[in-house]
Design a protein around this ligand. Structure first.
Ligand code: NAD
Ligand code: GLY
Length: 361
């Protein structure tokens, strides 16, 4: 069973990856500072996996909070409900908040753990592909505000991550494919060989074969763990993890949250980043063809939906990477080599956006 260490000194933690991990009693227990555990999950995941987890934690003073499913509940009100539950349980500073679910549950439970008594234990048990390769690792926690996604949050690292690949069998096909977009991202930004392996392994991944899944999740987590260890609070290299996200977030915001899944918007965003990289002369057109072929084979979008230019342009400039009004983009020099840059002509970007959005219309 692969174990990856996120190397953050005293706050280092393991990511365990494998099939059937949820039913291994010792694994989660080893990370818990005390018997007091609040399991936070939702009404889709609970009927599938809560009983197994409960069994693995028998002997612990577990409480359970089952939240309604959906991004629209990723709010301060829901975090407040988690905090109320911790207070009602009378849990002290040595308790643990355990997130069982996808990125929505993980982001909220982590933020609650960061806030309760100025920080208690936090364990991530991610159950979506996106959460296993991305959101459960690295300590970004957040809730949404009416003014924007993930506007309120904290960096708060878990004590451990348990990624049970067997949980992915129940995941909806569209959600699963959207998670693959984030896996492809790791190959694109930092690992050309991994990207080539993904091209070959895609049929096995689409069949959710355990060995292929374990390999894809392991390599994704290795890359993410390395980046987080080097730049926990995103002062530099961590921004590369946002390949396709500046365009993708703008697609989500303008198209309407929920119409496209995050990974779908990121897929189209990565294509836009790759095409713009060709436009500025840093990437060869043949690389774009490879990226497009992989995304298409995975059933992911390769172009944005029809969107109004002005709204898209405004949404792009609300990106968290804008500095002193200057848009910064993650662009590619090659497959496996990305960089964050603001060195492109504004009018070139505008022409590119006009053409991309016209092609989509
Ligand atoms: P999600 O948590 O909404 O899960 C997707 C759907 O799958 C939900 O309906 C969920 O209930 C269901 N589900 C979860 N596990 C399942 C399983 N094993 N079987 C069947 N159904 C299951 O979405 P997500 O894609 O996991 O996460 C998206 C969220 O993650 C967003 O809020 C995004 O902002 C956040 N995110 C955070 C980070 C980070 O670094 N913290 C990174 C990327 C995304
Ligand atoms: N999902 C991007 C990051 O964790 O930095």
């Amino acid at each position: 069973m692969p174990i990856i260490n996120v190397d953050l000194g005293a706050r280092s933690y393991p990511i365990h990856i494998g099939t059937g991990l949820l039913s291994r009693p010792g694994l989660i227990a080893a990370a818990l500072p005390s018997r007091d555990v609040l399991i936070v999950t939702n009404d889709v995941v609970a009927p599938l996996y809560l009983a197994t987890l409960r069994e693995a934690l028998s002997g612990y003073a577990t409480r359970e909070l089952i939240l309604p499913d959906g991004e629209r509940y990723k709010t301060l009100d829901t975090v407040s409900a988690i905090l109320d539950e911790l207070v009602a349980a009378g849990f002290g500073r040595d308790c643990t908040v355990l997130a069982l679910g996808g990125g929505v549950i993980g982001d909220m439970a982590g933020f609650a753990a960061a806030c309760y008594q100025r920080g208690v234990g936090f364990v991530q048990v991610p159950t979506t592909l996106l959460a296993q390769v991305d959101s459960s690792v690295g300590g970004k926690t957040a809730v949404n505000h009416s003014a924007g996604k993930n506007l309120i949050g904290a960096f708060y690292q878990p004590l451990c991550v348990i990624a049970d690949t067997a949980a992915l069998v129940t995941l909806d096909e569209r959600e699963y494919r959207a998670g693959l977009a984030e896996v492809f991202k790791y190959g694109l930004i930092l690992d050309r060989d991994f990207f080539a392996w993904l091209e070959l392994a895609l049929p096995a991944l689409l069949r959710r074969e355990p060995e292929a899944l374990e390999q894809a999740i392991t390599r994704s987590c290795e890359i993410k763990a390395d980046i987080v260890a080097r730049d926990e609070t995103e002062q530099g290299i961590r921004a590369l993890l946002n390949l396709g996200h500046t365009f993708g977030h703008a697609i989500e915001a303008v198209h309407g949250y929920g119409r496209w899944l995050h990974g779908e918007a990121v897929a189209a965003g990565m294509m836009m980043a790759a095409q713009f990289s060709v436009r500025v002369g840093s990437l060869q057109a043949s690389a774009v063809s490879r990226i497009e072929a992989l995304l298409e084979a995975a059933g992911l979008p390769t172009r944005p939906p029809p969107l109004q230019y002005q709204r898209f342009f405004a949404a792009l400039h609300r990106d968290k990477k804008v500095q002193a009004g200057q848009l910064r983009l993650v662009l590619l020099d090659d497959i496996g080599r990305a960089r964050l840059t603001s060195e492109f002509a504004g009018d070139e970007l505008e022409r590119f956006l006009h053409q991309s959005l016209e092609a989509a219309a």
